[in-house]
Design a protein around this ligand. Structure first.
Ligand SMILES: [Zn+2]
Length: 327
């Protein structure tokens, strides 16, 4: 009894000494170098593909001892479903994917985007595009032929496009896909403000990543070409470029992308452990059998400890042999 009292006294004394020593050091040593993020659109329930993207960015951030931020990409109010973002937050929590800090909503940040748009305009890196919706739909997101690039007259409402440096090849060392190169002439000029006035994804994401100090973007390989545009936008706005890592896309056997518009199953908090284990398996991090039915926090702790991007180096697609509806 005496012995344990003595030990307790010694512990208290040493804790006091540590505290005293600590007082000479600054309390605040700055944010951790690594900041990651997950940025879903509240336009439909999270599905297995979005769970994989969330997990990839979460595990990479936690493995690095970094922060993991959450951002709602809700600028397109015509597509936002009321209550959807709240449900997403509840689902992420049920899956043990706890974020740091306040959730950001793009819809509350439009002033920032407009400021950047104006600065691109002032630098003559934009032009107005009056191509009709139908013409644009036919062109798709890439391959805009530059019809309005140097036009002297335009009729009707216009969208604003970012004038890319068409003679450049944008390249970066992707943390998953390795060396990536995009010929910007072929990629052409992306819309950064739609004709209905909504600031487009490419500009908003660049402004937000910089404003939030994001150091590492881990997302699906469907956004590879967006990264090329975003890198040129960062350069034009004199913003730092994060490191990118593009995870393989999870596709069904018919090669359709696993997305909300398809029959992909929504993930369900009641099946969090099952679905987490499945998503980890798709990410080539299958938990050991004895852990498969563990609570989400246990599965995630295992996954953080074992997380290794090398497990899918240069893999752009993971084709699952059966539709995901059985998950
Ligand atoms: Zn045009």
């Amino acid at each position: 009894m005496n012995g344990s009292t003595a030990t307790a006294t010694t512990d208290t004394a040493s804790a006091d000494a540590e505290r005293a020593a600590g007082e000479s050091r600054p309390d605040y040593v700055g944010p951790p170098a690594y900041v990651g993020r997950f940025a879903p659109s509240p336009t439909g329930a999270l599905h297995l593909g979005s769970l994989v993207a969330a997990l990839g960015s979460f595990l990479d951030a936690r493995k690095a001892g970094g922060r993991w931020l959450l951002r709602m990409e809700d600028l397109d109010t015509s597509r936002v479903i009321p209550g959807c973002s709240d449900e997403m937050l509840r689902t992420l929590e049920a899956f043990g994917l706890h974020w740091d800090g306040e959730v950001e909503f793009q819809s509350r940040r439009t002033a920032l985007y407009v400021e950047s748009l104006e600065s691109l305009r002032a630098a003559r890196r934009t032009f107005e595009c009056s191509c009709s919706r139908r013409e644009l739909a036919e062109q798709g997101e890439t391959g805009y032929p530059g019809t309005c690039r140097d036009a002297s007259t335009r009729c009707g409402p216009t969208a604003t496009r970012f004038r890319v440096k068409a003679d450049e090849v944008v390249s970066w060392m992707d943390r998953v896909q390795g060396n990536c190169q995009f010929d910007m002439g072929a990629l052409s000029d992306p819309v950064i403000r739609r004709r209905d006035g909504v600031v487009a994804y490419q500009l908003a994401v660049v402004v937000d990543d910089a404003a939030q100090g994001v150091s590492d973007v881990i997302r699906g390989a469907d956004l590879l070409q967006s990264s090329a545009w975003q890198i040129q936008l960062q350069q034009a706005l004199k913003l730092p470029a994060p490191d990118y890592g593009h995870l393989p896309l999870i596709v069904e056997e018919d090669h359709g992308k696993l997305a909300k518009s398809r029959r992909s199953l929504a993930i369900a908090p009641a099946r969090a452990s099952d679905q987490l284990a499945t998503a980890l398996g798709l990410l080539n991090h299958t938990p050991p059998a004895e852990l498969q039915q563990s609570p989400p926090d246990t599965l995630l702790a295992w996954a953080i400890a074992h997380w290794n991007l090398d497990r899918f180096q240069n893999v752009k697609k993971i084709v699952v042999s059966r539709p995901m509806s059985h998950v």
